[in-house]
Design a protein around this ligand. Structure first.
Ligand SMILES: Nc1ncnc2c1ncn2[C@@H]1O[C@H](COP(=O)(O)OP(=O)(O)OP(=O)(O)O)[C@@H](O)[C@H]1O
Length: 276
């Protein structure tokens, strides 16, 4: 059974300069698998991810023929129901831990807060669970990290703490929006393999939003390629590097090559018909 069904999702912004159609009829189904969303900047990837959580600020407006998560109609759910889903059942990891971690609260206090309040665990129980979560994201010295403030952590460490925090309530779906682009390549690979492992061992669904076609080809099962608010191609991640659609080929041609020439990256060819 599919975990998430999205049919004909549209996100529009009515601005003084006119109507912006950020997402124009996106449909997909997600099981307990890893779905990548790729596309240029502004193609609507982030808006698609945020729509699932109904986290689009006004004047943005979400419409869909259907948006169902585990049998729950997300379009009709009340704000109270949505709040109960966000975090415990559908978690979102953002690019920069700065926006998810509280700068004036020690990591340990942030990790245990929900466990104490929502799950009503005792202090030692919550502490033990938080330590387990830090271990799960391969933080070697969890007791020390619990005592740290977010600014005392490196970028990679901050990302891991954020992922640990998102995973404590055991969500069914994780939406990761460019989760590693602020990190260097080695740390990126480490963070991704942690995510990958968690998806496999916990049977979560993952929506992985990224500019990086190589990463998506490696870490996902299926890929949606977006252009100007539409899905122009949906394919198995293993076929991404040999994609036939000219837009996807254009994105592939823009990938910097290791040891390649320093010639400027080619600009993308665009065909008006892809956006129709
Ligand atoms: N508040 C807003 N008012 C008007 N248009 C907006 C607003 N927020 C986003 N948009 C438009 O929505 C479109 C899609 O944006 P989105 O952030 O989803 O793209 P993206 O593919 O995630 O890009 P990036 O890779 O740069 O994050 C953009 O064209 C943007 O201009």
């Amino acid at each position: 059974m599919s975990l998430l069904t999205v049919k004909n999702l549209r996100v529009t912004f009515d601005t003084e300069a006119g109507r912006v159609e950020a997402v124009r009829g996106v449909s997909f189904d997600l099981g307990r698998e890893r779905l990548g969303i790729v596309g240029e900047s502004g193609s609507g990837k982030t808006m698609t991810g945020r729509s699932v959580l109904r986290l689009i600020r006004p004047p943005g407006k979400i419409e869909a023929d259907e948006m169902t998560f585990d049998g729950i109609d997300l379009m009709r759910a009340s704000e109270t129901q949505m709040r109960a889903l966000r975090g415990p059942r559908i978690a979102m990891v953002m690019q920069d831990p700065k926006y998810s971690l509280n700068p004036v609260m020690k990591v340990g206090a942030q990790l245990t807060e929900g466990l104490r309040q929502r799950d009503r665990l005792s202090k030692p129980e919550a502490y033990a669970k938080a330590i387990d979560a830090l271990n799960a994201v391969q933080i070697r010295d969890p007791a020390r990290v619990m005592e740290a403030y977010p600014h005392e952590l490196s970028g990679g460490m901050g990302q891991r703490v954020m992922i640990a925090m998102m995973l404590i309530p055991n969500p069914d779906l994780l939406i990761a929006d460019e989760p590693t682009s602020a990190l260097d390549v080695t740390v990126q690979a480490e963070v991704l393999s942690i995510l990958d492992n968690l998806v496999k061992t916990r049977g979560m669904g993952l929506i992985f939003i990224s500019h990086d076609l190589r990463l998506v080809a490696r870490f996902c099962d299926r890929v949606l390629v977006m252009y100007k608010g539409k899905v122009v191609e949906e394919l198995a991640a293993k076929d991404l590097m040999q994609a036939k659609h000219p837009y996807t080929q254009g994105l592939l041609n823009c990938l910097p090559r290791i040891g390649g020439s320093r010639a400027p990256l080619p600009s993308l060819d665009r065909d008006a018909s892809w956006a129709l």
